[in-house]
Design a protein around this ligand. Structure first.
Ligand code: PXL
Length: 260
């Protein structure tokens, strides 16, 4: 049977991030993609000029419509915008029969807020306990734990803290570390996995987080174990950055056609 994955995320009309990146990534892994929209951004590779959230009811009805008809084997969340949407998605997630990857998107590459402060609290308190995997970058991990996360040691500590908050597993992404792009996975069983990644000196990394978490979601939908899914997704995202198509006048997208 065809594997199916669902994203609950914001729209990026430039196609580099958000639900567009998620769908392209699902497709690249041979997985059928579904997408429920949470918010609409107006942006290109140079700037975000508007962010408009949908009503929570409209988000919920999109998810219910597709899950009841074409149930996915895995789902992910991206930008959720405000506390009402976070709460609605958390309530929905309580009914999911499949793993949910929560990418706690907070700000866009250009600094536009995609999750306000009450929403961050709602995410921590209500959505995190429903997450099979939480995938913060260093800034998001620091915001969620209210402590600095700048070193591998602090990444391990933050992962433990976020697991204690209810996430079954935590992947802290070190794309913003100086030197190597090393990620730390704290798996369900409490084991740490360190994922090494080469750093590429390029401005074209727009949508990296979305694409990485979408690749993990696709591989979970196919049936890989979490450590295997993360390891393979890490190789994919490194290759996607290395082979970026250098599109646009600003921070361009990664290569969603990279070897899956
Ligand atoms: O990469 C984070 C992200 C997620 N979702 C949407 C975005 C962005 C970054 O720009 O626009 C819709």
């Amino acid at each position: 049977m065809k594997s199916v994955a669902l994203t609950i995320a914001g729209s990026d009309p430039s196609g580099g991030a958000g639900l567009q990146a998620d769908l392209k990534t699902f497709h690249q892994f041979g997985v059928y993609g579904e997408a429920a929209v949470t918010l609409i951004t107006v942006q290109n590779t140079q700037a975000v000029s508007a962010v408009e959230c949908l009503t929570p009811d409209l988000v919920v009805r999109q998810v219910q419509a597709v899950v009841s008809d074409i149930p996915p084997q895995a789902a992910k969340t991206g930008a959720l915008g405000n506390a009402a949407i976070v709460q609605a998605v958390a309530d929905l997630a309580a009914t999911f029969q499949f793993p949910l990857v929560v990418d706690p998107v907070m700000i866009s590459k250009h600094g536009a807020p995609l999750l306000d402060e009450p929403a961050r609290r709602a995410l921590l308190e209500n959505l995190l306990p429903r997450a099979f995997l939480l995938t913060p970058n260093l800034h998001e991990a620091a915001a969620l734990t209210a402590s600095p996360v700048d070193t591998l040691y602090q990444m391990r500590k933050a992962a433990e803290k976020l697991k204690q908050c209810g996430a079954r597993a935590v992947l802290i992404k070190g794309g913003h570390l100086p030197g190597e792009a090393t990620d730390v996975l704290l798996a369900e069983d409490g084991a740490f996995h360190i994922l090494h990644g080469e750093r590429f000196d390029t401005p074209h990394t727009h949508g990296t987080g979305c694409t990485y978490s979408a690749a993990i979601t696709a591989l979970l939908a196919i049936g890989l174990s979490l450590p295997d899914a993360v390891a393979r997704a890490k190789k994919f995202i490194s290759e996607a950055i290395r082979t970026n198509p250098a599109l646009g006048k600003g921070c361009g997208p990664v290569n969603h056609h990279a070897q899956a």
